[in-house]
Design a protein around this ligand. Structure first.
Ligand code: PXP
Length: 241
């Protein structure tokens, strides 16, 4: 079955809106884990808009499998090497964006990225690169030494017409196939929802989905346990292909 990683950044967003102690991303992570999430994802952004350094330390100790999303930045790399999450996902980061916008330009920055990958791998961390579903980026990722790629599903999620959705889906299918052929593990994420996840789940090369905003938005209404279970049910229905 496809694994589900639940991103709890936006629990911290609500907390930081008031600089209050609650809601606690750790509590959310433990509930998501108990509901069946295979891993917990947090993004320690350079501007610390949601997840804080302390969250990273605490979640590292308490969750079964932690995937730390991070920019290829000196300060954050140092923290990751100290904290040693199970997995690190390298993402591009811009201060003014609302969320991660495009994929990492691995093809354009091969040296910088390979160096970061090597440093993290040396600490026993599995390294994934968040890239657009673009063959150039897939090939560059395989050369970088990373063990995994996360294909950016944002364009698929945002495509309005049926024709554009199909076009974006085909790009993801092709990139996933190529990545697996090159020996990379494949995951996908960004903009995935209860409504659009089913097409992505059908792609056989994709082994993991990373979902945040839509699950947390649903959890506000029904609680994390139910929100995670509803997503897991959709993912499990993969067999109904
Ligand atoms: N994967 C990556 C690399 C991301 O940066 C994000 C957003 O934090 C996600 C997945 C989850 O995206 P969403 O919140 O839209 O589900």
């Amino acid at each position: 079955m496809v694994r589900l990683g639940v991103n709890v950044d936006h629990v911290a967003t609500v907390r930081q809106a008031r600089k209050a102690p609650e809601p606690d991303p750790l509590a959310a992570a433990l509930l998501a884990q108990r509901a069946g999430a295979d891993s917990i994802i947090i993004h320690l952004r350079e501007d610390r808009r949601h997840i804080q350094d302390r969250d990273v330390e605490i979640l590292r100790k308490k969750v079964k499998r932690l995937n730390l999303e991070m920019a290829v930045a000196k300060e954050i790399l140092k923290i990751a090497c100290e904290v040693r999450p199970d997995q690190a996902t390298l993402v591009p980061e811009k201060r003014r964006e609302l969320t991660t916008e495009g994929g990492l330009d691995v093809a354009g920055n091969p040296k910088k990225i390979s160096k970061a990958v090597k440093r993290l791998k040396k600490k026993g961390i599995l390294v994934s690169l968040f890239i657009d579903p673009d063959l150039r980026q897939v090939i560059a990722s395989a050369k970088s030494g990373a063990q995994m790629v996360e294909l950016h599903t944002g364009c698929y999620a945002e495509a309005k017409s049926r024709k554009n959705k199909d076009k974006e889906l085909k790009r993801i299918v092709r990139a996933a196939r190529e990545a697996q052929e090159l020996g990379l593990e494949v995951s996908a994420g960004h903009g995935l929802t209860y409504q659009n996840v089913s097409q992505i789940v059908k792609i056989p090369e994709i082994e993991e989905l990373n979902i945040g905003h839509n699950i947390i938005a649903r959890a506000v209404m029904v609680g994390i346990n139910q929100a995670v279970k509803e997503m897991l049910n959709l993912i499990k229905r993969k067999g109904a292909r």
